[in-house]
Design a protein around this ligand. Sequence first.
Ligand SMILES: C[S@@+](CC[C@H](N)C(=O)[O-])C[C@H]1O[C@@H](n2cnc3c(N)ncnc32)[C@H](O)[C@@H]1O
Length: 198
Amino acid sequence: MAKYNRKDPYYHAAKKQGFVARSIFKLEEIDQDFGLIKPKAHVLDLGCSPGSWLQYVERKIGASGGKIVGIDLAPLALSFGHHVQFIQGDIFEVSIDGEFDLVLSDMAPKTSGIKSMDQDRSLVLCERALEIAIQVLKPGGRFCVKVLEGGGLPDFVKACKQVFKDVKIRRPKGTRAGSMETYVIGLGYHKANPIAVA
Ligand SMILES: C[S@@+](CC[C@H](N)C(=O)[O-])C[C@H]1O[C@@H](n2cnc3c(N)ncnc32)[C@H](O)[C@@H]1O
């Protein structure tokens, strides 16, 4: 099994650039590849604590008049300007108002160490993130969600394909060696196609 090194080069780079978590580099890479975050965008960040993705999005769209809403069970590790609204709560319970151009989810369950259990718990969070995306995204909107490889991933991707024009899977370079994490990216949100009746 790959050796886990908490203080790897991404950890040091995040610290040097003032980001509270190394996860920032995963979002940065996906954003550079797919152009997720546009000026003036309204962005919803599910599972946003400690806050490195919020920092990245705020730096990119704050000055353009964009808006960011973050939700997490845990508090943030830093405070943000008026462009960022934080709701501390469970994504199964909070109500989310407004329309968004982009829904991000880096949510992760508490890991049990039992692979199948962790995959199942992660999938439940992904399905909830997709449900929220369907509820709040504007037509043409974008979605980026962390998933665990294996388990129900193929069915989840299929569900995303029902409502996004284009669906990509990307494992950013900043992902730790040995991790099952990967990201599903949905581009061009549209209403689900009606199921064809034979
Ligand atoms: C890997 S961290 C996110 C890191 C974040 N993207 C950043 O850059 O700082 C995963 C987060 O998902 C949150 N989470 C897990 N289940 C949740 C739920 N049901 N509702 C809200 N947040 C949840 C956890 O509290 C945790 O803070």
